[in-house]
Design a protein around this ligand. Structure first.
Ligand SMILES: [Zn+2]
Ligand SMILES: [Zn+2]
Length: 349
């Protein structure tokens, strides 16, 4: 079968590798779509993301093709999502309600961990189907379900934050993750939902998704206007950083109310200088959010099914697996601007 093997930045290869076979306890999934995640684009273009060999692809959907002896959680033909962060179910994080920070499972996650075989391939082998496969409910399409990674990150961040109904909220960065944060924060009942992005096109979509105000962070007049809206409490209760850019962290700090919370979602490799005197005087609460949990995937599918989460705002571009490397290059060089490229390793299935 065909698979896109990662050797290092700008060093990928479309290879023919053996089709996996399900041993007892394992499941083979035939891939319908695999999304090209921002993490894949970073790994393609930058050193230091994946320092190991692997087949990329950690956000995929498909049909159960083969079920190993003893597997009861899925059956042949089931529609499933594959590849949420793996967890071992046994470590301290797993046992204390934080499986997304499992130290054993994440390195084993398909398409992320060293030498794993992800879903830039016709088939994937799930070693831990109980932890890695999620049945897609009827009424949720493959095109919607494949957004679980994009939606999950924003969903988890809002649930992990201290946001309460009636709060003023800032979201800095209107990429795919920012769109998810905007939608989920809107469901949680904010007073003013103020978003920032340098691109007019993104600000327009943000407003369609429920933002009350969409501003340009580089426009001083816009920042003043946001401060005026937030003047009563001297800032927003929670500011979500979803751009992964140092200047976006500054926007959050600038607009957070004293004793408010800054939720950092966009993990970025660049150093950021924290001036503790400036932050400490305002008693800010800095918090990080990382991926999402299995329970949250189920919740997301329910919200998509009931129409409470909108997936139409995410622009999708379908492409054959043979085109994966070209698409990574186009995404890395900014020639392509879509929420997700969906690779179709088995054509239209
Ligand atoms: Zn991803
Ligand atoms: Zn664990």
């Amino acid at each position: 079968m065909k698979a896109v093997h990662y050797h290092g930045p700008r060093n990928l290869e479309l290879l023919d590798i053996p089709k996996p076979k399900a041993a007892p306890g394992q499941v083979v999934v035939k891939i319908a779509y695999c999304g090209i995640c921002g993490t894949d684009v970073h790994a393609y273009s930058m050193q230091g993301i994946f320092n190991w060999e692997l087949v990329l692809g950690h956000e995929a959907v498909g049909y159960v093709e083969e079920v190993g002896e003893g597997v009861t959680c899925v059956k042949v033909g089931d529609r499933v999502a594959v590849g949420p962060p793996g967890d071992c179910g046994a470590c301290y994080s797993c046992n204390t309600g934080n499986p997304n920070t499992c130290t054993n499972g994440f390195p084993n996650t398909l398409g992320i961990g060293p030498n794993t075989q992800g879903a830039y391939a016709e088939y994937v082998l799930s070693h831990y189907p109980q932890n890695e496969l999620f049945k897609i409910p009827e009424g949720v399409t493959f095109e919607q379900a494949v957004l679980f990674d994009v939606l999950g990150v924003g969903f988890h961040a809002v649930r992990r934050s201290d946001m309460r109904v009636g709060d003023n909220i800032v979201v800095s960065g209107c990429g795919s993750i920012g769109f998810s944060v905007i939608q989920v924060a809107k469901l949680a009942g904010p007073n003013n939902l103020i978003v920032f992005d340098p691109l007019e096109s993104k600000r327009k979509i943000a407003k369609e998704l429920g933002a009350d105000y969409a501003f340009d962070p580089a426009n001083a007049y816009d920042v003043v206007k946001a401060k005026e809206i937030l003047a009563q409490a001297n800032g927003a209760q929670v500011c979500f950083e979803a751009a992964g850019h140092p200047s976006s962290i500054d926007t959050c700090i600038n607009l957070c109310m004293p004793s408010g919370q800054i939720m950092l979602i966009g993990n970025d490799g660049r150093p950021y200088q924290l001036v503790t005197a400036a932050l400490g005087h305002h008693q800010y609460d800095l918090k990080f959010s990382f991926t999402y949990t299995k329970e949250e995937i189920t919740m997301l599918f329910n919200l998509i099914k009931s129409g409470k989460l909108d997936t139409a705002a995410y622009s999708l571009l379908k492409a054959p697996l043979d085109d994966a490397i070209n698409k990574l290059e186009e995404l890395a060089t900014g020639k392509l601007e879509v929420a997700r490229v969906l690779l179709m390793p088995n054509g239209n299935i």
